[in-house]
Design a protein around this ligand. Sequence first.
Ligand code: BGC
Length: 714
Amino acid sequence: MKALSCAVALTLAGAANAAPDAGERAQALVAKMTQDEKLRLVFGYFGAEFNGTVPPKEAIPATAGYIHGVPRLNIPPQWQTDAGLGVASQPAPSPRARTSLPSGLATASTWNPRLAYEAGAMIGREARLSGHNVMLGGSVNLMREPRNGRNFEYAGEDPLLAGVMTGEQVRGIQSNQVIGTVKHFAFNDQETNRTTIDVKIGEAAGRMSDLLALQIAIERGNPGSVMCSYNLVNGVYACENDWLLNKVLKQDWGFRGYVMSDWGAVHSTIPAANGGLDQQSGWPFDKSPYFGPALKEAVNNGHVPAARLDDMAQRILWAMFAHGVMDAPPPVVEPEKIDFAAHAQVSRQAAEEGIVLLKNAGDLLPLAAGVRSIAIIGGHADVAVISGGGAAQVHPQGGSAVKGEGPKSFPGPIVWLPSSPKDALAARTKARITYHDGKSAEGAKRAAAGADIAIVFATQWTAESIDTPSLSLPERQDALIAAVAGANRRTIVVLETGGPVTMPWLDKVSAVLAAWYPGTAGGEAIARVLSGEVNPSGRLAATFPASEAQLPRPKIDGDPSSKEGRFRTDYDIEGAAVGYKWYERTKKKPLFAFGHGLSYTTFAYGDLQAREEGGKVIVEFTVTNTGRRAGHAVPQVYAGSHTGKWEAPRRLAGWDKVLLQPGERKAVSVTVDPRILSVYDAAAGRWMRSSGDIEFTLGGASDATAARAVLGMK
Ligand code: BGC
């Protein structure tokens, strides 16, 4: 019997790094705890001063959070840090400086799960060396809303890609005896009125979209914790949503870790405790210390069963055992042990594999050796690259390279990471390079006209708590680019944006690179791609719409000027047809399709076959480098069903990232997740595999089909 329960525990934990006896150890420890000790574990403090409230003295200054330990039982405190791009700092006079990964969307655009793991392992290491044992990333809210101010933290619009990449990042984080956190659970897909907006979504559509991304991330990453979100889902706050937390997450998915609230996302004691919340975070962000004395009273009065408090403590301890937090010595703050040079290389690699070459007319890129002069314009490209704002903000060594921009308080100011694209490019070309700040279009035009090539760096700052007002580049940069392109037809645009933007000037420029927020070594990553030292291999993890009119909600629901106003948003408009699925379903042609991305070489795809073997669907094909440079292909397989009543004509079914020398051909095999070939049946409470013909399409982007194969499913 004991052997059996152990085997069950292993299967449920679903990951190699979960100690097999974590559940038993947690249970035994809870049995020794007093009620007050259990209550200590379920109540978290903000790690910085807030509205005059000072954090416990044991907290690490300017951090996300702190939870007391139980010294009598050797339970260490939990020291929490944001987040998915590196060790962040809350606003402080001299915030800690750490390595910043490129944005989550950039890492997703690498389509390289191994890189996501290594990126996670690197920031997890920095977290531990910064004294933390809980990290508040991976972040995987699906990109339903390209104007969402937090898209830069997330992993794009496809549940499979986003889930796999985020899950790998979490596995990497947790390889450091640090608990990872999958967030924000769930449907927190816009920042406008994020704490009061009520998201309407049907169960099947939800399970096949946002929830599928979270589910895959949780299966792959086996996070110790999941953070419930600010918003309401179908009328109930996410952090007291019995259906989301108890039914979907804990019962259906078998999640064994704990649910922590987002900072200020708790609204009650009894509904939250019984609804599945295990730990209140970030006191004093909530209106009341709901999981403090009020929870004790609720347990003593029987409104919250004593077994439920045990369950909360056990889940927290399970995570601490399973991820080595209990067995490792408590982390100490020793940043001097961080190898910043090596970590910058990890960040750079993620950045350069995530940069997407959107357009390259006349093969202007890579820059030819004979280019004599280059005019670099805008984006502070002489000194820095931009980063996204909010709790995920990672601060650079030496502070922001440009000061005084953006809001004075949270989520500002804008932090510019000191990594100069101009200097990095100058080190790689004999061309004479000039810099113009782009503030006057006339001056920029003159600079561009006098050079062989003009490169405009266009930036868009996005941040937690605010969505972008539109998909346009801010601060008249569209006009700047048009002016420069008018003066020099060999104009290249490098976009440093949080997500998709529109490009009214696209026809006028020769080349466009999407460099996202490229992180600590971003300048170098951009220069390496421009110069051809790196052959671009990023592919869009999100569609670039042609205009706001194409979106399911041309205007974001809610009112950014209202703090308390309650609003609703209807996600059943597109249901599970998020991103490219929506465009294909509604036959709209976006500006750039999901999966798009050019290379300095060319690839051919063929020999596509699909078969069923032992209940698994396997798709095989070959990919060949038909050009003259080595490069990474990202072959993508999509599945479509005529009879399956799917939300959209096609779904991403799998992909690979393959390095090919010129002329080289490789065979690739992809095993399809059965859920991609199924529909969730809410009445039956399970996934139903579609029968009939499934058509697999293969290509280098969602809009570039090179081969088709049909598999008849029984
Ligand atoms: C964010 C979370 C973050 C938390 C702690 C909240 O504002 O939504 O993602 O982890 O703050 O800083």
